[in-house]
Design a protein around this ligand. Structure first.
Ligand code: F6R
Length: 593
């Protein structure tokens, strides 16, 4: 989603630092970008639609500026054009905004009656006008911000420059914002990777905070206008972790990092879950798909009912939560607005909350009662891969922990070597990665098709959903996942000669059932790609391609099976020459509802 970068310093590097920082935020997804900077006491604003490279070209080189703010916009209010792009300027105030001002229409009308005119369709320009009005009324920025916070409903992280003032200002509510602490220069950013080229020290602003930032001093005020000390933190990653290291794309690099991630995450400690009789998982997109894999594993081996709720729906449905229900929020970014809100709701019902989160100290990590970090490192590609796998690994550990408490000997027998199997899993995963020629061949047979189907039963259906999402989001091909037995209840009418149907069959107990469903589509001319495991003895003429994966502990099998699906999606997108790391319309961190 939108990205913010602001700079205040004394070495004239404002323009360069902001443009470079915005490039580090590209992965969040955007459709226009802009910068405002002071040079020779004059404010300049330049905005471009499309890629940051166009903005860099439009701005040109050799600027001397000690105060600058920049923004990447992911359109919400108003189409993608230069007027709607940030920064916005009204009166003395120039600002960049992340989030959504919910009551902006009402505020806009009020401001129009006061004589304000608007050039854009955005809620952000309204915020800018309001701040200008309040600044004129009070003559004091702190007072103006206090009034602003009282009047504005919604989410906002703002980076602000005021005419005739050398400071950089920031306001934060319900949308993430950090302050990077450099030497003789300080920054604001919506995400830590934006500033790692300059500093690894940062402060996380809290809701209601207002900050006045100078080159050598940062003052943070809380919502009651008291000066507060926010903890200085150190970013543990490095610039290398956010570079491609020779891979063509971040997505490819991140898939290849999975064995290492599984190793790093394997030491995660699972808290005591013995008091709960039900689990409710809240998440969005791939994190929700990881939740579905978790549901399958936890119910089967941990013997506890698990509901998986799409976080954006959870907010508006009748809930049956209590103190015996554990609500698990899964999120790579830790900033997904719907998941964050779901956690807040669950707490109001008296349920304990546990986060399975990748980004340390993110909003959901701070909001949940307990956190297990996935330790997948920075994930830059918009489409998640390694973080998804790390989420599944944590869920498999939860299933294992609950299974041990259950002491159901027949189930325990199936998974008893879990800990040793987990240790050897990275080697198996590496073998699968080394087989990439196979996935390329499959991608070659499907990359120019218009509809692609994924089918599976039980846990393989959950994997099919993730495989399908991965494929469609980066290659723009239409793809759908179906429970294997469900296809014939309507959708099979779309299957034509050569329509790809990818069947995932890794549960021996129900393999025959899914194979029958694959035969149904094979006999209608489908290009059946059959992905199975080496313990399932199937031959036959119902597939065009067969991919055999090593069978491992059932709690870990999904981590093996997902790799070919991720790599097939990657190569299909590559053959279609898509912008793999930054698919159109998508954002890495979805901070609006
Ligand atoms: C798909 C993808 C998204 C995210 C979803 C949740 O590849 O990345 O579906 O999984 O937006 O994001 P987080 O995990 O950050 O809450």
């Amino acid at each position: 989603m939108c990205g913010i970068l602001g700079y205040v310093g004394s070495n004239n590097k404002g323009v360069k630092s902001v443009l470079n920082g915005l490039q580090h935020l590209e992965y969040r997804g955007y459709d226009s970008a802009g910068i405002a900077y002071i040079e020779d006491s004059k404010l300049n604003i330049i905005k471009e639609t499309g890629r940051i490279s166009s903005l860099v070209e439009a701005v040109g080189e050799n600027h001397d500026s000690n105060l600058a703010i920049g923004h990447t916009r992911w359109a919400t209010h108003g189409i993608v054009n230069k007027d709607n792009a940030h920064p916005h300027r009204v009166g003395r105030v120039t600002l960049v905004h992340n989030g959504i001002i919910e009551n902006y229409m009402e505020l806009k009308k009020e401001l129009q009656t006061l004589g304000y005119k608007f050039n854009s369709k955005t809620d952000s320009e309204v915020a800018c006008a309001l701040l200008d009005y309040l600044l004129g009324k009070t003559g004091n920025i702190n007072e103006a911000v206090s009034l602003f916070e009282k009047k504005v409903q919604g989410a906002y992280a703002l980076g602000i420059i005021i005419d005739g003032d050398d400071n950089l200002y920031a306001i934060k509510k319900n949308s993430p914002l950090i302050i990077g602490l450099g030497k003789g220069e300080n920054f604001i950013a919506s995400d830590v990777p934006a500033i790692v080229d300059y500093t690894n020290k940062y402060i996380i602003l809290e809701d209601g905070d207002f900050a006045k930032i100078q080159s050598d001093k940062v003052s943070v005020y809380d919502s009651k206008n008291n000066i507060v000390n926010r903890k200085t933190r150190l970013f543990e990653g490095d610039a290398l972790s956010i570079s491609k290291c020779g891979y063509d794309h971040f997505m490819q690099k991140e898939i290849y990092e999975e064995p290492e991630v599984i190793k790093n995450t394997s030491s995660a400690e699972i808290p005591d879950l013995s008091k709960y009789n039900r689990i409710c998982i809240v998440a969005c997109g791939s994190a929700m798909h990881a939740g579905l894999v978790g549901k399958s594993l936890i119910e089967k081996y941990g013997n506890i009912p698990v509901d998986v709720e799409i976080a954006s729906e959870f907010r508006y449905k009748k809930l049956f939560l209590d103190d015996k229900t554990l609500v698990i929020a899964i999120s790579q970014s830790g900033e997904t607005a719907d998941t964050l809100e779901a956690v807040k709701i669950a707490k109001r019902y008296g349920s304990d909350t546990l986060g399975i989160i990748n980004v340390k100290e993110s909003s959901i990590a701070r909001e949940t009662d307990n956190v297990v970090y996935t330790n997948a490192g920075s994930e830059i590609a918009v489409a998640t891969t390694k973080a998804y796998s790390a989420q599944v690994e944590i869920l498999s550990k939860i299933a294992y922990t609950l299974a041990k408490n259950e002491k159901d000997s027949s189930k325990l027998k199936e998974i008893k070597t879990y800990l040793e199997d987990l240790k050897s899993l990275p080697i198996i995963m590496q073998e699968i990665l080394d087989n990439e020629e196979e996935y390329k061949k499959i991608a070659q047979t499907i990359y120019n098709q218009k509809d692609i189907f994924f089918i599976g039963r039980g846990i393989d259906y959950a994997l099919a959903m993730e495989g399908s999402l991965k494929l469609k989001e980066i290659s723009y091909l239409h793809s759908e996942a179906y429970a294997a037995g469900e296809l014939k209840h309507g959708t099979i009418s779309l299957v034509e000669e050569n329509t790809p149907v990818i069947g995932i069959v890794s549960d021996k107990a129900i393999a025959d059932k899914t194979i029958s469903n694959l035969k149904e589509v094979d006999s209608r001319g489908a290009n059946v790609i059959y992905i199975t495991t080496d313990d399932i003895d199937t031959n036959g003429d119902f597939y065009k391609t067969k991919l055999v994966l090593p069978q491992t502990n059932p709690l870990l099998q999904p981590l093996v099976n997902i790799i070919p699906l991720q790599l097939i999606a990657y190569y299909v997108a590559k053959y279609n020459k898509c912008d793999i790391d930054k698919p159109r319309n998508l954002a890495k961190s979805v901070t609006v509802e």
